[in-house]
Ligand binder design. Structure first.
Ligand SMILES: [Zn+2]
Ligand SMILES: [Zn+2]
Length: 414
């Protein structure tokens, strides 16, 4: 592994770029054999950095999101000057159905290993320290990409962040890192950063404050239902976003999904049959009154619809808050290799996020390698899929072989 990493860095040294304000950042290298992090490193110029990279050949390279007066001193003496705002959007925080089939966990105590999401404690021996063996797959990474698109749109619309201030990278594993590089945001403290996170995940959002509520009971209506009042698609901030969520529920969900929200079968069918007309009318103005007049909505359905609209439009509540609020964080350096996979943490321009394929450009190794694979789900490299594997010897493209060895499920065969 180390040899392959060295070869790669030698070959691609010229394409590595220093981060902005490099001399104010702390660097860290995770070492292959020792598994220790060499940190509190500072570099006066990029040549010294690349020399260290070639002599240490670390499994992972990090730098601080923070800027310091003296980045090589101890933490309390560095002199914090500010820090980029960083979001970690990872499949770990998204509930994708495929996880049940490809993720595994192992109990280090009783050696129990099973497929599926990691339980809070081992069902066999009760041990609470369970090792997760999360896999990376297309569906999970597409889900992560959708969340990134949501986040980028939200930051642009509601915070006025310009696209050139947003630097997006594939993590080389199961997600994406979005760095906001801006003098205005740089000096925000952890509490202020937490507020940004709360905003993007819609935490504590009260729909009534977003102009969405059931008005007072209309005594003139025979059925005694209250009147639904709501925001419009063009409203700013969460108002418009909630309106968009409800619009999508009515114009996109299939019958089964509508029934799951509590709509009666007939109402769900009616919505689907009249979709073209609804889309036409609602794209100009959402007719909130339809919820009572036509679809006989109850309080419970109403709550379900709002909750669904919120989860559709907000970032997942399980997003890693700590990455964003920690103002001393070390983060993976873009364009370096991820030791967990051998994939490159590639820079992804916002304009090409939709077509970015995490299993093509980041798969940087050329050639083939024979390995013995113990147990592994299917994986894809560029347009070829391999596996699933169970105790077999195979010759694979080097990027696939490195990935399986790095994940700890295979050994090189000579
Ligand atoms: Zn156990
Ligand atoms: Zn998956």
């Amino acid at each position: 592994m180390k040899g392959k990493f060295l070869e790669y860095y030698r070959r691609k040294l010229a394409s590595l770029r220093p981060p902005s304000a490099m001399t104010e950042r702390e660097f860290g290298f995770l070492l292959f054999r020792e598994r220790i992090m060499v940190r509190h490193k500072a570099f006066r110029d990029f040549k010294v950095f690349t020399d260290s990279l070639l002599s240490l050949v670390p499994s992972d390279v990090y730098y601080s999101t923070a800027y310091y007066r003296q980045p090589d001193l101890d933490m309390d003496q560095k002199g914090w000057l500010g820090s980029d705002v960083v979001f970690d959007v990872d499949a770990d925080h998204i509930d994708t159905p495929c996880k049940e089939t490809h993720d595994m966990w192992a109990c280090p105590k009783c050696k129990e290993t099973r497929r599926g999401k990691k339980p809070t404690k081992c069902p066999k021996c009760g041990n609470e320290k369970i090792e997760e063996k999360a896999w990376l797959c297309d569906r999970c990474l597409i889900a992560a990409k959708e969340e990134v698109l949501k986040l980028v749109e939200l930051l642009a619309e509601d915070f006025g962040i310009r696209s050139e201030q947003m630097h997006l990278f594939f993590s080389g594993h199961r997600g994406y890192h979005l760095h906001l590089v801006s003098d205005k945001l740089k000096t925000l403290d952890d509490v202020q950063r937490k507020e940004i996170v709360d905003y993007v995940i819609g935490l504590g959002l009260d729909p009534a404050e977003q102009g969405l509520y059931q008005g007072p009971q209309d005594l003139f209506l025979e059925n005694g239902h209250s009147v639904v009042i709501g925001p419009q698609l063009t409203d700013p901030g969460w108002r418009g976003r909630l309106a968009k969520g409800v619009y999508r529920i009515i114009t996109e969900l299939d019958q089964k999904q509508l029934i799951e929200l509590g709509f009666r079968r007939g109402a769900a069918l009616q919505i689907i049959n009249e979709r073209e007309q609804i889309e036409n009318e609602w794209s100009k103005k959402i007719l909130w009154s339809s919820f009572q007049d036509k679809w006989g909505i109850t309080d419970q359905i109403w709550r379900n619809v709002i909750e669904k609209a919120l989860t559709m439009m907000a970032l997942p509540a399980k997003i890693d808050t700590v990455v964003t609020t920690d103002i001393h964080r070390l983060i993976r350096m873009p364009e370096t290799l991820n030791g967990k996979t051998g994939l490159k943490a590639a820079m992804v321009g916002l304009d090409r996020l939709e077509e970015f394929d995490p299993f093509s450009e980041p798969a940087v190794f050329e050639g083939t390698q024979t390995i013995r694979v113990m147990e592994a789900p299917q994986l894809r490299i560029r347009d070829q899929t391999f596996g699933p594997f169970s105790d077999e010897k195979v010759e694979l493209p080097l990027s696939a072989a490195v990935l399986l060895v790095a994940k700890g499920v295979a050994m090189p065969e000579s």
